[in-house]
Design a protein around this ligand. Structure first.
Ligand SMILES: Cc1ncc(C[n+]2csc(CCOP(=O)(O)OP(=O)(O)O)c2C)c(N)n1
Ligand SMILES: [Mg+2]
Length: 364
């Protein structure tokens, strides 16, 4: 007999920004809500700019955050500065909120190692973006083990997509997190698609949050397009993990409104009607409607914010372009502490080839 697992699901705002029941006490702070809303708008405008830079050949590939801003902004704002983020590639919102600079994010996607060397002291220990699916979940458990062994009240927060939860690495990470009761929080960005594979055929369980139950710890779902709900549940999850009460898996239900990356064309596999419907649920408009309804936001403020954000994004693009191009061998700089002899030949080949190229087309 199939045992049905009942898990909490949290939502405070309807898609049109109406309050459904009681507002959590912390949300009376409209300065905080305004700050988070501003950050969602900044993230969205930066995201648009990053896609435009890829289209004009100034960065390589980019994975848009469009539609998932509430999750990242909430996670980034609830985390303490000395917590450690172990992110995946669709984490522009969290990284910006944590203090990673916009130009650093552009450098990363431009193939430049300096993009993972964060200048801001508060994020110095955060991990770089992880592209191999779900491997970062195990790294986060390693970080959380260190916190536990040292008796520090810090939390490792790792993010991933819905598809990543099918990977062995993810399930192994849940297992060790539960077995050792580690201070780690798994934030699953369930955006309904793993490239062209829809959520319903990725796994047989009705929720992804219930994978935590098999590992012996708490899992729950939240409306990932409702900033108030995500903030509230991330806060509870981090408190729990920080105070030795074990890990949490938070499944945030959202939708990837953009292409998987700039190398993808989602119109080839997604019904237009589904995407149109998802736009009605999106997080930025939802919080904006709520704030307008509360009398704390209006069109004038919105226009001023957009132009301020556009200026900030443009300054970041200017800094990115002024950074210049790194030497080709920089891709090897941070792979090994000591370069293995067995790879010396490949390194020499790369250096030689780069030198020939620098000599001009006739030398190639
Ligand atoms: C180990 C590994 N296998 C395959 C890939 C190719 N790949 C890149 S993204 C992706 C889908 C991931 O989907 P999901 O976890 O839902 O995250 P999303 O991109 O939707 O945010 C795959 C299979 C990879 N990057 N790493
Ligand atoms: Mg996905």
């Amino acid at each position: 007999m199939l045992h049905k697992v009942e898990l909490p699901y949290t939502r405070f705002l309807s898609p049109d920004g109406q309050l459904l029941g009681e507002l959590p006490a912390w949300a009376d702070d409209f300065n905080l809500l305004t700050r988070l809303y501003r950050q969602m708008v900044l993230t969205r405008l930066f995201d648009q700019k990053a896609v435009a830079l890829q289209r004009t050949g100034r960065i390589g590939t980019y994975a848009p955050t469009l539609g998932q801003e509430a999750i990242g902004v909430a996670v980034g704002s609830v985390m303490h500065a000395d917590d450690v983020l172990v992110p995946y590639y669709r984490d522009t919102a969290v990284q910006l909120m944590r203090g990673v600079r916009m130009e650093e994010i552009l450098l990363y996607w431009g193939g430049d190692e300096r993009g993972s060397d964060f200048a801001e002291p508060a994020v110095a220990e955060d991990f770089p973006i992880c592209v191999p699916i779900a491997t970062q979940a195990l790294h986060a458990c390693g970080v959380a083990s260190a916190f536990k062994i040292r008796g520090e009240h810090r939390v490792a927060v790792t993010t991933c997509g819905d598809g990543a939860t099918s990977k062995g690495d993810f399930l192994e990470a849940l297992n060790v997190a539960g077995a050792w009761q580690l201070p780690v929080v798994f934030v699953v960005n369930n955006n309904q698609w793993a490239i062209s594979v829809p959520r319903r055929i990725q796994c047989g369980a009705p929720t992804l949050a219930q994978k935590a139950i098999g590992a012996g710890f708490h899992g729950e779902q939240v409306d990932g397009n409702d900033l108030l709900a995500v903030y509230d549940r991330v806060q509870a999850a981090l408190e729990r993990a920080r105070h030795g009460k074990g890990p949490v898996l938070l499944e945030c239900l959202s939708y990837r409104l953009g292409d998987h990356t700039t190398a993808d064309d989602a119109t080839r596999y997604r019904p237009a009607e589904e995407v149109r419907h998802a736009w009605l649920e999106e997080p930025v408009k939802r919080l904006q409607r709520f704030m307008v309804g509360q009398g704390v936001w209006d069109e004038g403020r919105e226009q001023a914010l957009i132009s301020e954000c556009q200026d900030r994004v443009q300054r970041a693009v200017d800094n990115f372009e002024a950074a210049g191009i790194q030497a080709p061998e920089s891709i090897l700089d941070h792979v090994y502490a000591t370069w293995p002899d067995a790879l010396a030949e490949q390194r020499d080949w790369l250096l030689e080839r780069a030198a020939r190229r620098a000599g001009g087309p006739g030398h190639e």
